[in-house]
Design a protein around this ligand. Structure first.
Ligand code: NIG
Length: 411
């Protein structure tokens, strides 16, 4: 097994509370062996290796973990975006436009579009990607989306409960989603999501989706509190969902429930019991002109936070985690260290990938992601900058200089 030393790192962010001093290490080095990190420490103490990479005094951090995307789609919603920028309100109606385009697309077209988006994300430093179904909304189209996704990404989530497709009876569609559709898609996915919102699925329907998912042995997530106040966050906590995502409209009770779900848990050990991650989607909040999720207040309340891109053609057509992190700092009041942690370790916790031994969609057992620590998957990015501060200080600049995923240089 080849070993690689990355040394002369100007600033190293590890997310490993056991190693990191003051949040960031200086004059550090990393040794990668095969797919994993083997050693992290002061450059002066680095062991001998087969190969060496000089980081040139630049910053190294974990690869981004993008825990919320909808990348299996066809078509374009530029007109809807323009109307929104001219004052229209986002109300989820455009989902059916993408459903029509996606159903009409060939497998090859969907697969190529997904590969294109993943390549974009990799160039921006993303090394772990979750994506959802939800633009098929028939048994065959949802299975197809899940199957195609599972060939490309690290986690696939079933989102048959995205909206009721045009022309369908809501009760009959819920029966389909929680019955034959879930059964057919289950072999390809690790989690089930539901869009709990006025105009999508109400509390009763959301409970049914979460209950049937749990009975099928699948993890759950909730799209909640995106367009207004609602029961999404409370239901996510009640059902032990891995995450609740969006969160522009939260009540004091939502804060209490989310914070309560984390009491007694320490990220350092990664041990159970664990709570429901609050996933904020800054690019989506901007693109829909919705209130920014209260990321600062969530962190202050003790909630574990993730930042994700929500890459999709309707509400957030970007896979840029760098942009999301910069926005979280510039607009949501996070420090750069908090934002980077939420976009790496936070995403990993939201996906259940922060510990060794998770299984990817191809059935391969994987090492922990979201940290740079001995034993973790060697997913890291080198910035064309001396510190992670530049991610927010120089927003919009292409600062990713090199990316390693599972020990292999991918950019
Ligand atoms: O996360 N909110 C629901 N789903 C997506 C949007 C999908 C769309 O409009 O196409 C989201 O924002």
């Amino acid at each position: 097994m080849t070993s690689l030393l990355i040394d002369n790192i100007g600033e190293l962010t590890t997310n490993d509370d056991g190693v990191e001093v003051g949040g960031r290490l200086h004059n550090a080095a990393i040794v990668i062996e095969g797919e994993r990190v083997a050693w992290v420490g002061a450059a002066a103490n680095a062991p001998a290796t087969d190969e060496q990479f000089d980081a040139g005094g630049r910053a190294v951090l974990p690869g981004w973990v993008d825990s919320h995307t909808h990348m299996v789609f066809a078509g374009d919603r530029t007109a809807e975006f323009e109307a929104r920028m001219a004052g229209e309100t986002y109300a989820a109606g455009g989902i059916n436009v993408t459903v029509d385009a996606t159903r009409a697309a060939t497998d090859t077209a969907l697969s190529e579009n997904l590969a294109r988006l993943i390549a974009e994300a990799r160039r921006g430093g993303t090394t772990t990607i979750e994506t959802k179904t939800g633009y098929g909304l028939t048994v065959d189209d949802e299975v197809r989306a899940a199957r195609i996704a599972s060939e490309h990404v690290d986690a696939v989530t079933f989102l048959g409960a995205h909206v009721v497709p045009r022309g369908s009876d809501p009760t009959a569609y819920l029966d389909l989603v929680t019955g034959p559709m879930l059964a057919a898609v289950a072999p390809h996915v690790s989690a089930v999501d539901v869009f709990c919102e006025t105009g999508a699925f109400d509390e009763v329907a959301t409970r049914r989706v979460l209950e049937t998912a749990r009975a099928a042995g699948l993890a759950t997530r909730v799209h909640g509190n995106q367009l207004g106040h609602g029961p999404g966050a409370l239901l996510a906590v009640e059902y032990g969902s891995l995450s609740v995502d969006h969160l522009g409209f939260l009540s004091p009770a939502d804060f209490d429930a989310l914070a309560g779900s984390w009491s007694g848990w320490e990220a350092r050990s990664g041990s159970s019991p664990r709570g429901t991650v609050a996933t904020v989607l800054p690019a989506c909040d901007l693109s829909t002109r919705m209130p920014l999720a209260p990321a600062r207040e969530l962190l202050d309340a003790g909630v574990v936070l993730a930042i994700a891109s929500n890459c999709n053609p309707g509400t957030s057509y970007t896979s840029s985690m760098g942009f999301s992190v910069a926005t979280a700092v510039l607009q949501m009041g996070l420090t750069i260290t908090e934002a980077v942690r939420a976009a790496t370790l936070g995403g990993a916790i939201a996906l259940g990938m922060h510990m060794d031994g998770w299984i990817d969609p191809r059935g391969i057992t994987q090492a922990a992601v979201g940290r740079i620590a001995p034993g973790s998957r060697a997913d890291l990015q080198l910035l064309e900058a001396p510190s992670i501060t530049h991610l927010a200080y120089r927003p919009g600049m292409p600062l990713t200089s090199a990316v390693w995923r599972a020990g292999t240089r991918v950019m």
